[in-house]
Ligand binder design. Structure first.
Ligand code: ADP
Length: 764
């Protein structure tokens, strides 16, 4: 019963095992020691479409993919049962010829039978292959793009940094941990705020992508510009938990950008501020412009766009006199590839400007002319300067020629010295004055030959050192020079220094005047002055003697004359009528003669008194003097119906008595020498320099000009005593009075019209 039970139990488990064997989705098989299939389950049919019969017809290994045979046999070759289970994968052939990936678990029994389970892992393998491919592509792309990759778990705050990420910052793979801080602390302090904002904006959905340019600290201490791009993975409820992205080193790009920007700025600046108009134009037709820099407007008035719009603008504005030459020579550009020309171009304001153009011909790869590029510079100022320079050079040459002529023909000798006082030039006149020829003294110092009189050497040295040390820029002095024949000449030296534009001494220029004759004349003059002084003293003495003589003579003559006169009058009274008529006439003549002689002697006495009896000069008001004179002359004025007028007259230093005498003589004469009309006399005074000029003008008979001097001589009269009374002493006294007061007297007059007497008296 027990056996029966046991047997039925064993059959039961056999059936269950068989069912498990057949119903499994995995491939079950038992392999005989010779490698052929013993048993297979139905999964073989389902999975590989092999019937058990087909399988049993060949060994297990024959359905293995040729490439996997060796590896499979290697695993299975050792049948040591102690090593128990072996696991391996291989590709196994489907009935349709394709292969399926199988994962095998295999063990050997003690009997040498193999027990194996194969699981289809084709799908897993395919997924793995796809994954691997994806990974490979990913790495290839990352490698190719040179980008560093990062994968940030926002929950753990750990980041996977790819080796490239680390290399970008100069680190080996093991030198940087997976901490987020590795990144954050490397951000340039100036970029941290921006980085935080960019991250937060992205996380909060304010920006569609995370993109940030920032600087990260490199291992070598420098900062690299990095472009970070990333995207977020979120949980089902929208919570971001992971962010993946790349870091791209854009330092060089940044530098290139900044270099580019700089280059562009430079170019822009140069194009707009260059003194040259830059352009390109076509090689045919009107050479119409294809480009022109913006500064054209500032230089030639036309805006660049006007050139581009008008084909003929350039050609039509060239000066008509220059155009034929310009267009005739332009083909040269096509021969040499380079051409320069200058011409006048009409500015928009109508005026012509001189332009200097340099052109270059651009050819295409085939060598055909493609375009002309060039630049034009406004050289009007330069041209004008050239013209002025030419004129100045010409003027300078003329001046130089004239100067040479003057130097050669000047009465002044011209000598030029260098700073060591060696002769640099020696004019013809210098040869004439000093006797030395130019070739005898050129290059020599003045002390190399006996040129300066010994006693004057110190003076010359002193003057020269003043010129050299700058304390004087020109000096005039006199010294004595020794000529070639040993004679001495007096010279006046006009020395001046010539400096170049930097203030350096070029030479010392001497103009030399031979003043020997002048010196001799001066000496003679000194002698003459002495002679004159002696003569003057003698003259003064002789005048004094003469006055003394005149006084004594007239005084002493009066006495005998008075005796003759009184006795003759006595004789006339007593014997009048008792002698004959002739005697009476003679007596009359004697009386008249002596009376006249007495008058003359009185006049002479009065004349001599002017010098001898004069009072000291003191301030005297001329108005008062005239009133006094008019009082003295009132009878004559009344008798002649004369009108005497005068302007306000000054106060002068004078002898009042003599001034009365002076004015009385002149006004009296004005009344006395009257014509038909009643006399009119006018007295005036004007201030001229440091003296007063008085004028006494009348409307009398006038004086012929030939007598203007004579009338001032003593006893000189122009008319007879019977016509006009007088002795001819009045004007002589006037002259003497005026001269005593330091002035002089003269007359101008017109016959029949009137006379003006002028005299001067120094101002007070
Ligand atoms: P006198 O008046 O005594 O002749 P003066 O010496 O005063 O002597 O003058 C000299 C001469 O000059 C006069 O004789 C007269 O011929 C001339 N003369 C002087 N004053 C005048 C005058 N105002 N008009 C014309 N002739 C004059």
């Amino acid at each position: 019963m027990r056996l029966q039970n046991f047997t039925s139990q064993s059959v039961q488990s056999q059936i269950q095992l068989q069912a498990f064997f057949n119903q499994s989705a995995d491939l079950f098989c038992i392999i005989e020691p010779d490698g052929t299939f013993g048993q297979v389950n139905s999964a073989w049919q389902t999975l590989l479409n092999w019937t058990p019969e087909a399988l049993r017809s060949r060994p297990w290994i024959e359905w293995v993919h040729p490439l996997d045979v060796d590896a499979s046999l290697e695993v299975l070759g050792n049948r040591d049962i102690s090593s128990n289970f072996r696991y391996f994968n291989n590709r196994y052939r489907h009935q349709d010829g394709t292969y399926r990936w199988l994962s095998w678990s295999w063990c050997y029994g003690e009997d040498g039978w193999g027990y194996a389970v194969g699981r289809d892992i084709t799908a897993q393998k395919q997924t793995e292959a796809i994954l691997r491919q994806t990974q490979e592509r990913y790495e290839l792309v990352a490698e190719a793009s040179n980008d560093g990759l990062w994968d940030w778990n926002l929950n753990t705050d750990r980041i996977y940094y790819s080796p490239r990420w680390k290399k970008t910052l100069g680190f080996e793979d093991d030198q940087i941990s997976d901490r987020a801080t590795e990144w954050f602390y490397r951000i340039h302090p100036d970029d941290r705020g921006r980085a935080t904002v960019a991250f937060q904006d992205y996380i909060q959905g304010l920006t569609p992508t995370f993109e940030l340019e920032h600087r990260l600290l490199h291992n070598d201490g420098t900062y690299r510009w990095i472009l970070s791009r990333g995207a977020c993975l979120s949980t089902a409820d929208g919570q971001p938990w992971r962010m993946i992205g790349s870091n791209q080193d854009i330092t060089e790009c940044k530098q290139a950008n900044s270099t580019l920007r700089l280059t562009q700025e430079r170019l822009q600046y140069l194009l707009s501020h260059s003194p040259a108009v830059l352009y390109s134009c076509k090689v045919l037709g009107n050479y119409s412009m294809t480009f022109m820099s913006e500064n054209a407007a500032a230089i030639i008035g036309y805006h660049a766009s006007e050139f581009l719009a008008d084909d003929g603008l350039w050609t039509s504005r060239i000066h008509p006199n220059d155009a034929p030459r310009i267009f005739a020579n332009l083909p040269k550009l096509f021969e040499s590839g380079h051409h320069v020309h200058e011409y006048r171009f009409q500015h928009k304001n109508g005026q012509y400007r001189w332009m200097h153009d340099e052109l270059k011909l651009i050819r295409d790869e085939a060598g055909e002319p493609l375009e002309i590029v060039g630049f034009g510079i406004d050289i009007t100022e330069q041209k004008l300067s050239e013209i002025i320079l030419q004129q100045q050079t010409k003027a300078l040459q003329d001046t130089h020629q004239r100067l040479r002529f003057h130097v050669e023909n000047s009465p002044l000798a011209v000598v030029e010295w260098d700073r060591e006082f060696r002769v640099q030039s020696w004019s013809k006149q210098a040869e004439k004055i000093f006797g030395w020829k130019a070739h005898e003294v050129m290059g020599k110092q003045s002390t190399d030959w006996r040129f300066i009189e010994d006693e004057d050497i110190e003076l010359v040295k002193c003057n020269m050192s003043r010129l050299l040390d700058g304390s004087a820029s020109s000096i005039v002095y006199q010294n004595r020079n020794v000529t070639k024949n040993g004679s001495v000449v007096y010279c006046q030296w006009y020395e001046s220094i010539l400096l170049d534009e930097f203030g350096n001494l070029v030479s010392i220029l001497s103009l030399v005047q031979d003043i020997t004759e002048q010196k001799e004349t001066e000496a003679a003059l000194v002698n003459n002055a002495e002679l004159l002084r002696v003569l003057n003293e003698e003259l003064v003495q002789s005048n004094r003697d003469l006055e003394q003589f005149a006084y004594v003579a007239s005084h002493d003559l009066q006495e005998p004359l008075r005796t003759i006169n009184s006795y003759t009058q006595l004789l006339a009274r007593k014997y009048q009528g008792s002698l004959d008529a002739k005697a009476d006439k003679y007596i009359k003549y004697i009386v008249e003669g002596t009376t006249r002689m007495q008058q003359l002697i009185n006049d002479l006495l009065e004349f001599s008194r002017v010098g001898r009896n004069g009072k000291p000069l003191q301030p005297t008001a001329c108005d008062g003097v005239i009133s006094q004179v008019l009082d003295h002359l009132k009878i004559a004025i009344a008798q002649n119906n004369a009108v005497v007028t005068y302007e306000s007259l000054p106060t002068v230093m004078g002898d009042r008595t003599q001034l009365i005498q002076l004015f009385q003589n002149l006004i009296g004469n004005g009344i006395k020498f009257r014509g038909e009309k009643p006399p009119q006399v006018h007295i005036s005074a004007t201030h001229q320099g440091n003296e007063w000029v008085f004028t006494v003008r009348d409307n009398g008979i006038g004086i012929e000009s030939e007598y203007f001097d004579r009338i001032f001589t003593i006893f000189q009269r122009l008319c007879s005593r019977y016509e006009y009374s007088g002795n001819g002493i009045g004007l002589a006294i006037c002259k003497k009075i005026v001269e005593r007061h330091g002035g002089h007297i003269w007359v101008d007059s017109e016959l029949g019209v009137g006379t003006s007497f002028h005299f001067t008296i120094p101002c007070v």
